[in-house]
Structure formats: C-alpha cells, structure tokens
Write a protein that binds this ligand. Structure first.
Ligand code: SF4
Ligand code: SF4
Length: 397
C-alpha cells in the first residue's frame, strides 16, 4: 500500500516476551493490542481503510515496556509511531480530540486561561454542586492546592535553568513552587525562559513529527539563550522526551548536534537533589509508596533507584514497595481510551485498595493526575502527591 512506513521490526521472532508486559494487553487480554500483534498486522498488510486498524493504532500508551522486554532489541513502539505519523487525519477516530489537546498544549495563553477559569469556577461553585464534583475530578490540584512553606532567603543564589512542563506551569503550580523552594534551600534560583513551550511529547506520540520538531527547536533555542549548565526537570514524561530530542533530528546534523548538547543538560529531579547539601527534614517519617512512571523506568532515563534513595534520605525511611505497574495515563491515551485507562489504573491501585490511609508519591505530573483522579473516582482514602511537593512540606530551614 502506498504510504506504508518501512517496517523496522520485520525480524520479530514472535517470542511473546512483549506480551505480558504490555499494560493494554493486561487490561484487554487481546493479542492484537500487544506489540507482537501490531507488528504482525503491519507486516500482513494493514490498511488505513480499515476502521479496526485505525482504532488499533490508538491502543498503545507508548510506555516503552515492549521495547525494554524485546530480546531482539526491536523497538515496536517506534513502529507504532511511524504508522501513526502516516495515518490520514480523517481516519483517526480520535483525531479531533488529539488536535484540540495539542493546540492547547502548544498555546500557553490557552492553558493559563483554562486554568484561571477552572480556579474561578471552583471558588464560586457550592460544595454540593454536581458541576463542582466533575471539575474536582478534572482539576484536583486546583481544587485543593497544598500549603507550602515560604521561599528560603539565602544570599547570592546561583541561577539554575528549569523546565517545569505544561501541567506544572498551568495546573499543578504547586510542583513548580515546591521545586523552587527545594532549589532555594540548595542555593539555587530557578529560571524558566519565557519563550519555552510544551516539550512536544503529545505531538510526538500522536505521530505529528513536524509539530514535535517545532516544539523541540523552540525549547532548544530558548534554553541556549538562557542560563548555562544543567536544566532541572520535575516531570518524568517531559524529562524522557527532552532527553530524546536528538532522535527527532537524525536527518539534520546541525540540529542533531544542538539537540545532543541540550539533552546532555537535562537533569532529572531526584538525581539532581539526591545527596545535595542544604536539604534536611525534621518531620517524623510518613508511610508512603512510590509509583514508578513508565517514562523513568524505560527509555533514555532509567531512573528508579534515585527517587527511593532521596525519599529514604529525607523521609527517614524507604518508601514501601509497589509493583512496577503503569497507571494508565499515557498522555492523550487516557482521553482517547478512557475505559482501558481506568482499568489499567485499577490494576495499579489493587495492592493498596484495602488500606485506610497512605500516600502515593510520584515524579510525573501525568501519573499524578491519573492517581488523583483515580483515587477520587474510587472514593479511596489514599492521597497522591508529587515528590517535590511532599519534600517541600517536610523540609526545614
Ligand atoms: S509501548 Fe507499551 S502500550 Fe504500546 S504496545 Fe508497547 S508495551 Fe503495549
Ligand atoms: S519481544 Fe520482540 S521479538 Fe518477541 S514478539 Fe515482541 S517484538 Fe517480537
């Protein structure tokens, strides 16, 4: 068929190692939802004329678990993206929802306006209002912003570049504030370039290569013109995608070099603060669980020990173990496949379902949103917080 992407994974051995690790398969039990099933269809002559195939392309969170499990070092998630990139707009059953979301993510004014409108509504709606309850699910961070301590006053702080990500900039502003407080205790003042935009992950995973490249170009330029040195990040998904920028420019040597230099500056939140001078706590240890974001478990980061070590260092005890399980958010996936997304979340919640109290901590704004919405829907007494917010609340001068 004309327009078919090259099948890089044509040497799939059909071994099935990617099957049990796939969160979508774990939820639906359907072979066609696995990486192996999709690769088989790609090779067997899948067609955008088929409604089933067009919908199947959306049945992937781009979590990277199949890539990590493949003994042949294939990267099925990239093959799925290559097909998404060629999918005609009118054939994607979720095309309009994706288009709208990407437009909002690429337009800070729209995000800020939406966030302000939600805040105003939540402040004025009566507690018993049905609309308020629905908005609480949509905007848990706005509904109950945590109380954080004041910024520490330390003389002559060093400037540190910071990439907060869209959710922390416009919805979970407490993450940005908490990260600023922690950095302040360590003698840094955070600087976020005004020209920065969305990291571009949403565009990338929906196959919009040009949009993803445009976002990357803008961010690379914005940070090249700002403070030198590391770029601190506080969202696992942004971190993973920012570190992957060089893969967007394999056909453009000049941009590739700039992207490599940019990616080498990206410093994930917990690796930055681990063992850093200036952070100490006095609070008694709180019992908590750490949720591993897929974007730190797989892909270019592979950061799983450091958040636990940081929590052990500052909370006085290691977080309790949770099975490594995708939460089902997956960026646009939770919008396009809400039932599967909720089912995947229920698997993540299952080990904690009987608890009467507890705190789940994570380092991804998307996972946090999924956990807070999921816990509210399940009427669970558990809470979920970003690691930065948890630490900022227990930090002392
Ligand atoms: S990237 Fe994740 S959701 Fe997509 S096929 Fe691979 S394991 Fe399944
Ligand atoms: S793990 Fe790799 S080789 Fe095995 S079925 Fe999946 S994609 Fe094919």
């Amino acid at each position: 068929m004309a327009g078919q992407p090259e099948i890089k994974a044509s040497s799939c051995a059909k071994c099935g190692a990617c099957t049990p690790v796939c969160p979508v398969f774990q939820s639906t039990g359907r072979e066609s939802h696995t990486a192996r099933g999709k690769l088989h269809l790609f090779k067997a002559g899948a067609s955008f004329d088929s409604a089933y195939f067009n919908d199947l392309l959306a049945k992937c969170l781009q979590c990277g678990a199949c890539d990590a499990a493949c003994p042949r070092n294939l990267r099925p998630s990239e093959d799925i993206l290559a097909w998404r990139a060629r999918q005609p707009f009118g054939r994607d059953p979720h095309g309009f929802a994706k288009f709208l979301t990407k437009k909002v993510l690429a337009t800070p004014l729209l995000q800020e306006g939406g966030s302000k409108a939600l805040t105003t509504l939540l402040a004025t709606l009566p507690k018993a209002s049905g609309l308020r309850k629905r908005l609480d699910l949509l905007a848990p961070a706005l509904a109950a912003p945590p109380s954080l301590p004041a910024l520490p006053q330390k003389g002559s702080p060093r400037i540190l570049a910071y990439f907060p990500g869209c959710l922390a900039q416009h919805l979970y502003k407490d993450i940005t504030k908490a990260t600023t407080i922690l950095a302040g205790h360590c003698g840094f003042e955070l600087h976020t370039p005004a020209a920065l935009t969305c990291c571009g992950l949403a565009s990338h995973v929906s196959g919009s290569e040009q949009e993803a490249k445009a976002a990357a170009r803008r961010n690379i330029k914005a940070f090249a013109e700002g403070a030198a040195g590391p770029i601190l990040t506080s969202c696992a998904s942004c971190t993973s995608h920012l570190k992957s920028y060089p893969t967007l420019f394999t056909d453009d040597p000049e941009m590739h070099d700039k992207a490599v230099a940019f990616a080498s500056r990206i410093q994930e939140f917990s690796t930055f603060f681990l063992d850093r001078e200036g952070l100490s706590t006095s609070s008694p240890a709180e019992t908590l669980y750490y949720h591993d974001p897929c974007h730190l478990r797989f892909g270019p980061c592979q950061v799983t020990k450091e958040p636990r070590q940081l929590l052990t260092q500052l909370n006085g005890a290691p977080p309790l173990s949770l099975p490594a399980q995708c939460c089902g958010q997956g960026g646009l996936f939770h919008l396009t496949n809400p039932d599967i997304s909720r089912n995947i979340f229920s698997r993540a919640l299952a080990p904690l379902a009987e608890l009467s109290q507890g705190l789940v901590v994570t380092t991804c704004s998307g996972c946090l949103l999924q956990w807070q919405q999921g816990l509210a829907r399940a009427k669970s007494p558990l809470r979920a917080e970003h690691l930065a917010v948890f630490l900022a609340k227990i930090i002392r001068d």
